[in-house]
Design a protein. Structure first.
Length: 202
């Protein structure tokens, strides 16, 4: 004979019906629905944050290693950029170092949020520079990016950088807002629990 298990949700309703009055059942259903939606929202934002995080790790790690492997080409392209002369010798060292550092901090769990914000600011600098080159008709300036990204046009660079920058900041602020709301919710529940506790009778 087949045994059928009763879903936990109906057991909760049965418990409410047994120990409380029937008018509380809609409230239980509503609270259950709200709690489920909150859990789904948290899961979606968390997955979105992790997805963007790994995209940035791959992007920064890939371009940094390509710059280091093709060192002579990197130095040559950096020297042709529209920047002050005293900055150009530092760029072949500075940019790969920053990209590798941010990628490493993104891998570490305790620094991933701060590293993602740092990657957003770095991508903003890259995007601003691409826009300056593009809108001032300096198309003769070579691209200093690494890997296959180097083959993109300046217009394609601007679109790609803008999309990545938007993804970074949107995922960071969504994740940060979610963590803050979760913290405030826990504090509020702790306060309510403290108020509901009855004083112990000596």
């Amino acid at each position: 004979m087949t045994k059928y298990s009763i879903p936990p949700f109906f057991l909760e309703l049965a418990a409410v019906n047994r120990f409380y009055s029937l008018h509380l059942i809609p409230k239980v259903i509503l609270l259950t629905l709200i709690n489920w939606l909150e859990m789904e929202r948290f899961a979606i934002i968390n997955v979105y944050f992790e997805l963007v995080r790994y995209i940035v790790i791959f992007l920064f790690g890939y371009t940094a290693f390509d710059k280091l492997i093709n060192w002579a080409n990197t130095v040559q392209q950096m020297n042709q950029q529209l920047l002050p002369e005293f900055v150009k010798p530092l760029l072949p060292f500075l940019i790969p170092f920053l990209e590798l550092l941010i990628a490493l901090l993104l891998i570490i769990e305790y620094t991933k949020k701060q590293a993602l914000l740092a990657s957003g600011f770095l991508m903003t600098c890259f995007t601003t520079y691409v826009a300056v080159v593009l809108f001032n008709d300096f198309s003769h300036v070579p691209c200093s990016c690494g890997g296959i990204i180097r083959s993109l046009t300046w217009e394609q660079h601007l679109v790609l950088n803008s999309i990545i920058t938007l993804l970074i900041f949107s995922s960071y602020f969504s994740y940060n807002r979610l963590k803050k709301s979760e913290l405030l919710k826990n504090i509020w529940m702790a306060i309510r629990w403290g108020k509901r506790r009855k004083p112990e009778i000596e």
